[in-house]
Design a protein around this ligand. Structure first.
Ligand code: NDP
Length: 246
């Protein structure tokens, strides 16, 4: 039992990094958790085992966010698996830092498909299952709030789109008692952005706390929003960025 017991959640990109931490946390709070992944079935299975060892319920399904039918099917399969869907976490995303002039059309299409179209379609599919108290939580980025160094044009464009989606959906789904929010992580130590990688020292220095955050820091905010703490929070963007935007 926990604050989310009896609820079911879907976390996209739950095999590693921030998504895995969110899946583990929501399960620890009592939710049955479905998670998607692209390639790493081994890591997705490990997250499922970790949750089950702790007494929770979890299930992993492969769904490439760049494939619209796979996105829709994964939402339907998660709702079917647990007989309900209460929380959608749009987490899967691609990070790109590259000079504007050199970004190819394929890169633009790939990043927008995964970072923007997939959350849009997943929210649309989830809205058919969510009821009163339902939650849609997307993972944006502090880079959409403050372009603190060059190279973020495509990434910031994609993550800024989630701000529009969040506000518009909060208006549209509010009358049904469903909340829609955006979480804006700062530099978080994952495979995408390792705390010992090139450029990590600069990112840490750009925060107020002077250090990277951990995936569990983002998961705590998601759990707050997913639970009772999020009851009267909607259309909002919550930073978990160590003061990157301060
Ligand atoms: P990681 O690269 O560490 O993990 C990415 C996760 O997404 C994996 O589970 C991966 O699956 C999955 N994934 C990647 N591509 C696809 C795809 N095409 N279809 C389905 N799943 C996919 O990323 P992070 O944990 O660092 O980032 C998670 C989110 O947080 C992203 O949206 C990112 O933009 C955002 N973010 C991250 C920050 C950071 O500093 N780390 C800062 C701000 C925002 P698989 O294991 O199968 O490859």
């Amino acid at each position: 039992t926990g604050p989310l017991s009896g609820k079911a959640a879907l976390v996209t990109g739950g095999s590693r990094g921030i998504g895995a931490a969110i899946a583990v946390r929501l399960a620890a709070d009592g939710a049955a958790v479905a998670l998607t992944y692209q390639h790493r079935d081994d890591l997705a299975a490990e997250v499922v085992r970790q949750i089950e060892r702790a007494g929770g319920r979890a299930w992993a399904v492969r769904a490439d966010g760049a494939d619209p039918e796979a996105v829709r099917a994964s939402v339907a399969a998660a709702a079917d698996r647990f007989g309900r869907l209460d929380v959608l976490v749009n987490n899967a995303g691609a990070g790109v830092v590259a000079p504007f002039e050199g970004i190819a059309l394929d890169d633009v299409d790939r990043v927008l498909a995964l970072n923007v179209r997939a959350p849009f379609l997943a929210a649309q599919a989830a809205a058919a299952h969510l009821t009163e108290g339902g939650r849609i939580i997307s993972i944006g980025s502090c880079m959409a709030e403050r372009a603190a160094f060059p190279g973020g044009s495509l990434y910031a464009t994609s993550k800024a789109a989630l701000g529009g989606l969040t506000k518009a959906l909060a208006r549209e789904l509010g009358p049904r008692g469903i909340t829609v929010n955006l979480v804006l992580p700062g530099p978080i130590d994952t495979d995408m952005n390792p705390a010992d990688g090139a450029g990590a020292a600069l990112q840490a220095q750009l925060t107020s706390l002077g250090t990277y955050g951990q995936p569990a820091d983002v998961a705590s905010m998601v759990a707050h929003l997913a639970g009772d703490g999020g009851r009267y929070v909607t259309g909002a963007a919550l930073a978990v960025d160590g003061g990157f935007a301060a």
